[in-house]
Design a protein around this ligand. Sequence first.
Ligand SMILES: Cc1cc2nc3c(=O)[nH]c(=O)nc-3n(C[C@H](O)[C@H](O)[C@H](O)COP(=O)(O)O)c2cc1C
Length: 160
Amino acid sequence: MNIGIVVYSHTGNTRLVAGKLKDALAAGGHRVTMGEVTLAEARVQGSRVVKLAPLPTLSGYDALVLGAPVEAFTLSPVMVKALEGAPSLERARVACLVTQGLAYRWLGGNGALRRMRRLCEAKGATVLGGEIVSWAGGGLDGRIARAVETLVQLIASQKA
Ligand SMILES: Cc1cc2nc3c(=O)[nH]c(=O)nc-3n(C[C@H](O)[C@H](O)[C@H](O)COP(=O)(O)O)c2cc1C
């Protein structure tokens, strides 16, 4: 399959998980392209106003993985803006990845995943599912590995 991974990552956590996912998918024989949502201008601290650089390509893939962090108990405004401004995702099959700093999913991860799903569906995408990785506490490597494994299964179990 031809798989796209597009992430926004401010401090590198989401990028790190996405990189491991890319490696796992490539090891499974898939062609994987990774792109990033980036800012055209540095954000003012605390502000949810963002100015984006042109988005990487979101179309033309058999499956698309979107990844972003939780911010203030919901999806990062950078990914919100990217998805609101994205072209149609009609026929796209999307899996979502969210990373968060706090231990419990209800402290942002669930809400962020829900928001990402709704934004993708509003653009016409079919959302296959999603994973949340919390950075809190020990066992991070195991949590990342399990999330990667689940995402690989989610994507690879779908027919191109
Ligand atoms: C402004 C800001 C707000 C955040 N709010 C939350 C939050 O509400 N809940 C949470 O679990 N983590 C929160 N975090 C932590 C990030 O979600 C977490 O560190 C994430 O893994 C960062 O991903 P990145 O390195 O890809 O940017 C926040 C981080 C920042 C910078």
